[in-house]
Design a protein around this ligand. Structure first.
Ligand code: GLA
Length: 376
């Protein structure tokens, strides 16, 4: 009897502590708030996740993703070199997991990227002797690749980056193998194949340095051309790999306006804000530079003055996005915490950058917390 009472007492004590712990956690959750809630009236708030995170190797990062974001994009696993490494072999494992995660958490899921010259499967545009294939063969391969991916995730992926980075800094079409074989027609074909595979899915054109007026003008022309031909395009994605000293915010605004004027939505698709010395503006991932200590000035921590500048810029950019919320449908951050960012290794390897909304301790930065605390 006495034992029973003791046991009952300990049991109630345990229940009580669990109750208090739950209260605290709930309380903390309330204090921390959520980006997706505070920004929900404006646009979707997305984040790029990598395969290792989706596989469950970083539970803390995934908690941030679930709490703060209502859209995800696959950082790498849907690029052709990964998902379609050989002509007759697809590898869907990571992409399937990514889509399942998004579905489980009711997220707007973005597929990235169907046709892109970079991280391109080796076989895609060439024959056994490494010569470019004929237009007919490339069309067949593009159709097969696009159909297979889009149909597999039909009704589950909500939007696709159909063509990525087709335009150069000077406004010319990039001399990618796709362009060399098919001319600019490859863009229209990619959109057409994607639409035929899933008539309900949104389709996007995505590129970097979209504030640049040459690229802006050419993108507007590409969009109008698709529209005139009755080919579906829903949005233009501005990658937004920017820094604390560039680009000029007015140039960004000009581009938002110009793209919106065509009637499509605008998306900020790969937002990050580097604090490191600039050796290469852009996102052409084959461009690489040599490491020098002077180019890695903050290996252990960020000086307060630089941090303040970073926070200011984040605020300024988000104010701009909110100002244009009628035309901006999504803002996606390119990674969860600073430690995850590609900017630590590009264009120079092994630097320490601080470009994302959460730091290496999984904590929101000052500007992030301000965004979280915003009242609509
Ligand atoms: C480009 C691509 C992304 C990614 C970044 C760098 O912006 O669109 O998929 O590769 O470069 O990580």
């Amino acid at each position: 009897m006495i034992n029973f009472r003791k046991a009952a007492f300990s049991f109630s004590l345990i229940l009580f502590s669990l109750f208090v712990a739950a209260q605290n956690e709930e309380g903390q959750r309330k204090d921390i708030g959520s980006l997706k809630k505070s920004l929900s009236e404006n646009f979707l708030v997305g984040v790029a996740v990598n395969a290792s995170q989706v596989a469950g190797n970083d539970a803390r990062a995934m908690r941030l993703v679930r709490r703060h974001f209502n859209s995800i994009v696959a950082e790498d696993c849907m690029k052709s070199e990964n998902i379609h490494p050989e002509e007759d072999r697809y590898d869907f494992q990571e992409a399937d997991r990514f889509v399942e995660f998004g579905e489980k958490n009711n997220m707007f899921i973005v597929g990235h990227a169907l046709i892109w010259h970079s991280q391109l499967a080796k076989w895609f545009c060439v024959d056994d002797e490494n010569n470019l294939v004929s237009p007919e063969i490339l069309k067949k391969r593009m159709r097969h690749h696009i159909e297979t991916l889009v149909k597999r995730y039909k009704g589950r992926i909500h939007g696709w980056d159909v063509v990525n980075e087709a335009i150069e800094e000077n406004g010319d079409f990039r001399q990618s193998p796709f362009y060399q074989i098919l001319g600019e027609e490859y863009i229209a074909l990619a959109f057409q194949y994607a639409h035929e595979a899933d008539p309900d899915v949104e389709l996007y054109y995505n590129d970097y340095n979209m504030y640049n007026s040459n690229r802006r003008e050419r993108v507007v022309q590409v969009v109008k051309n698709l529209q005139q031909r009755g080919i579906r395009i829903d949005a233009v994605g501005m990658q937004a790999h920017w820094g604390i000293s560039y680009p000029n915010i007015n140039d960004v605004e000009e581009s938002i306006k110009a793209f919106a004027e065509t009637g499509v939505k605008v998306m900020i698709t790969e937002f990050d804000l580097t604090v490191l010395p600039i050796v290469n503006i852009g996102a052409n991932i084959s461009d690489r530079e040599e490491y020098e200590e002077s180019l890695n000035p903050y290996p252990t921590e960020l000086p307060p003055a630089i941090e303040a500048k970073w926070n200011e810029r984040i605020e300024a950019f988000f104010n701009l996005f909110i100002k244009h919320k009628k035309v901006i449908s999504r803002v996606t951050i390119w990674g969860v915490t600073d430690g995850d960012s590609w900017k630590n290794n590009w264009p120079i390897e092994r630097r320490t950058d601080y470009p994302l909304l959460f730091n290496r301790m999984y904590q929101p930065k000052v500007a992030t917390q301000k965004l979280i605390n915003r009242k609509e």
